[in-house]
Design a protein around this ligand. Structure first.
Ligand code: SAM
Ligand code: SF4
Length: 368
């Protein structure tokens, strides 16, 4: 078996900084090829069981930290078809991927998303299909998505102030999102809230977001702003470190203590969880890529809507699985391409608080 073609690409508008396919392809000859049933383990002994799958690069919002003005969308023919997605997921499942997170852009703007979720949930070996959404279309979609096999949903909500919500998302409708969250709860989905915390912008909303989440029995997770898009959407003075987020919660509600890990997902996921001392039901998570790194437990790969496999969020390297299959590649060729991507997975990102060191790719193109 030989590697037919391993095109290396970069999402977004800029060319890649490095070319892992060219650099790493010869290593396949000495390392051997992955076969069906082999585990995905990287050079740092991190086992990959989780795939983030972007299904569109489009979005109905324009969040200030995520999508640059004037971003160009990919032509629809460049996106993976449902058949291509399902074929690739069979290969990933054979390599031990058990959890798929559907993301975007905004996943709910992809036509026939409910059908796609049902097809992903049917792939043998995929034990869990989950989603991240801005919630704008969730009121209508929550029940059909749950019926299609979606297990849980993360809804992005940075503030519960309607004006600030509109400013941050550049067009969002808070009422619709709240209705979507309530519809997801009513549909039996496990719901978490995700909030990007920005000093001087959403900093004052931390306590009200906790209150909003806890009144519904939900966990809210605060995310440190990451300098994607070559840092062009990032300003160091708006960075709100994890420690400051914890201080804001403690000032409003009392002291915090670390939550014990409840399940394997928590042990390997990017969020660290905290709870109010004496009130374990009131919990929050913090995803602190900038000030408290978690790359050493990273267990994921990211597949963009155009089929580019990214081993790291913080680097531009990618291998195009779409081009492998559209060139007539076999499942063995797809596995080789996945392994090449995995060999290129770095020890960690190079984000810095000054905004330098991040990738050129846009968060909206890779899906978080
Ligand atoms: N549109 C969906 C949504 O907003 O949930 C899914 C895609 S969005 C890119 C995934 C997550 O990335 C969201 O929670 C969003 O807030 C977060 N995000 C976007 N840009 C970010 C950045 N520069 N730093 C940290 N998180 C970011
Ligand atoms: Fe769209 Fe989500 Fe990015 Fe906001 S964070 S612009 S909703 S993809």
């Amino acid at each position: 078996m030989k590697v037919v073609r391993l095109p290396v690409v970069a999402s977004g508008l800029a060319p890649p900084r490095t070319e892992p396919g060219d650099r790493l392809a010869p290593q396949l000859e000495t390392l051997g090829h992955l076969g069906p049933g082999d585990p995905l383990v990287d050079r740092f002994a991190r086992r990959v069981r989780y795939l983030r799958l972007s299904v569109t690069d489009r979005c109905n919002y324009r969040c200030v930290y995520c999508m640059p003005e004037g971003v160009e969308f990919q032509p629809r023919t460049a996106l993976l078809t449902f058949e291509e997605i399902v074929r690739l997921l069979h290969v990933f499942a054979g390599l031990g991927v058990r959890r798929v997170r559907v993301t975007g852009g905004e996943p709910t703007v992809r036509a026939h998303l409910v059908d796609l979720v049902a097809r992903i949930a049917d792939v043998p070996g995929i034990a869990e299909v989950v989603m991240t959404t801005n919630g704008h279309l969730l009121a209508e979609l929550a029940a059909p998505l749950a019926a299609a096999g979606l297990r849980s949903i993360n809804v992005s909500l940075d503030t519960v102030d309607a004006d600030r919500f509109r400013d941050v998302t550049r067009r969002g409708d808070l009422e619709r999102v709240v209705d979507g969250i309530d519809a997801a709860i009513a549909a039996g989905l496990k719901v978490k809230l995700n909030a990007v915390a920005l000093r001087g912008i959403t900093e004052g909303d931390i306590a009200s977001l906790c209150d909003f989440a806890w009144r519904r029995g939900l966990v809210v997770r605060f995310i440190e702003h990451m300098p994607m898009s070559s840092g062009t959407l990032y300003t160091p003075e708006h960075e709100l470190p994890a420690a400051a987020i914890r201080d804001a919660v403690a000032a409003a509600f009392g002291p915090l203590e670390p939550s014990p890990p409840l399940d394997p997902e928590r042990a390997t996921g990017p969020a660290r969880y905290w709870r109010l001392v004496g009130d374990p039901g009131r919990e929050l998570g913090i995803i602190s890529a900038m000030t408290e790194h978690f790359c050493d437990t990273c267990n994921r790969l990211r597949l963009s809507a155009t089929g580019d496999l990214h081993a790291c969020l913080g680097h531009d390297d990618a291998v195009s699985l779409r081009d492998v299959i559209r060139a007539g590649g076999s499942d063995d060729d797809v596995r080789d391409a996945i392994q090449i991507s995995l060999l290129g997975k770095r020890a960690g990102h190079e984000f810095s608080l000054s905004g330098e060191g991040g990738p050129r790719k846009h968060m909206v193109a890779i899906g978080g």
